[in-house]
Design a binder for this molecule. Sequence first.
Ligand code: ZN
Length: 611
Amino acid sequence: MKKYFFLVLSLISISIFAQKSYYWQQHVDYTMEIDMDIKNYQFNGKQKLVYTNNSPDALHEVFYHLQFNAFQPGSEMDMRLQNIVDPDGRMVNNIGTSENPEYESKIAKLKPDEIGYQKILSLKQNSKTVKYEVIGTILKVTLNTPIKSGNKATFEMKFQGQVPVQIRRSGRNNAEGVVLSMTQWYPKMAEYDIEGWHANEYIAREFYGVWGDFDVTIRIDKDYIIGATGYLQNPQEIGHGYEDTSKKIKTPKGKNLIWHFKARNVHDFTWAADPGYIHDTKQVPNGATLHFYYKNKPKTIENWKKMQEEAVKTMQFYNNYIGKYPYKQYSIVQGGDGGMEYGMLTLINGDGKYTSLVGTMRHEMAHSWFQFVLATNESKHAWMDEGFTSYISTIARNNMSGNKEDTFIFDRVYKTYSYLANSGKEEPLSTHADRYDTNMAYSIGSYYKGQIFLSQLGYIIGEKNLQKTLKKYYADFKFKHPTPNDIKRTAEKISGIQLDWYLNEWTQTTHTIDYAVKSVSDKEITLNRIGQIPMPIDLTVTYSDGTTEDFYIPLQMMLGKKSTSSTGLSYWAWGDNKFTFTASKPVKKVEIDSSLLMADVDRTNNIFEAK
Ligand SMILES: [Zn+2]
């Protein structure tokens, strides 16, 4: 009996231990050799991947992404493009009129020599051939022997790729004439985490990668200049602006150069190449070296030279505001479409107006913190990378514009969110980024409502606590995969305020905020909660004698209060939609949230003024 008791007890303790949500992450070590043929845009690749299974599970299968396969007629990306009501304008031709648009998928029109693909020629696990199956943009590998918890496996792969005509992010000969934008170009191991495999089909939206180290050599025509994730290991054999000018350059004979890059502790490897790139560098004092790659056109040169000092200041601003950029190099490369963040690098369009060039640079650089170091799953929590990036770049723009804007800096952001909230097309931020009904709901949700998650959090816990929260979030979760709960818990720890209600209402529902001043009678003020989302209330009262007093009504669910110089009132419980209190003097005017940080979807009832 006793013996069984101990057995039961130890089983209970094992199961408690197993259920404890301790954190682990997988690790990848890639060595790749790439041979690029610039005449037909095809390349041969050899990939050795040492995969470390840090999970508590034995893995019987693994999945790779083959994202170039999306750029083929009939792919899921093509089908989605043909079925969504508001397709991405970059990916379709309008064969109708501007009033009556009729869209045609650009992917559907690709010819065999224009499509993208990654073909697996051979694959071995620990030197033995292994079974695999290609399903759309996913390679499913059935392992010969499971990779046990804590063990490593070595995968050796030969593959062949064709760079698609540039339609979205990756591709050849983009609209500005950049020859190669090489993003999601290699067979890339999918992430396996506490939720399981994240082997998402490449349909439209963004990425989630495994942390690790990359050693990449690229053989390419010697006229081409490459900008890439990672540090160039052989600058004196390359030149092209990488060389130590005090030493001699020794380029090998023949028509190719072999570029050797290494990157440690990143979750992707991206590169771009063009024979016409100008390559400049600029040093951030006590920080990273910035590299710029752009086309040799008069207006582009003027804008890109002018942007360089702004890029230095932007990185210094983010370093101070969030935490220091952890790599020694960051590259801003003309390529792709629009702008997209990658490891230690961004590809952005570069021929447009100076203001949009700087705006894009500022946004994409901020992604180096929000996604490339704080590696959230962009597919599942797009609001955390796009929203937080947008927030920090709005703050940077305002701080660096010299003459600080007088108007509410988030004015356009709140108005755009209100438009969505009142449109009937809003979907919860917890929707998978690929599966929103409309691109509009995805975009306004992720970029605008996601941005308001932070600005409004500042309203709830106080601006200083928000700044501390961002710093602690970065310090605690850099080089990891933070989730929505992690930003919430960080804010709770910093502020002493309970925030589960906020995370739930703002990201998992389409509830809205609407508070109103219901009535004012001499000294008595009554407020109403009309919207479903509860909030603490900052109130500005103007008395009949012309003096003013600020009041603060904490929300009961917060079980705590922000620090404020306002007169504190009692808690307002969510279940009660009315709140009444008596001020010290006759009241002339009442205003709910004069900071405008609370995203009230109807502000017309926020102000009461006695006639
Ligand atoms: Zn972004």
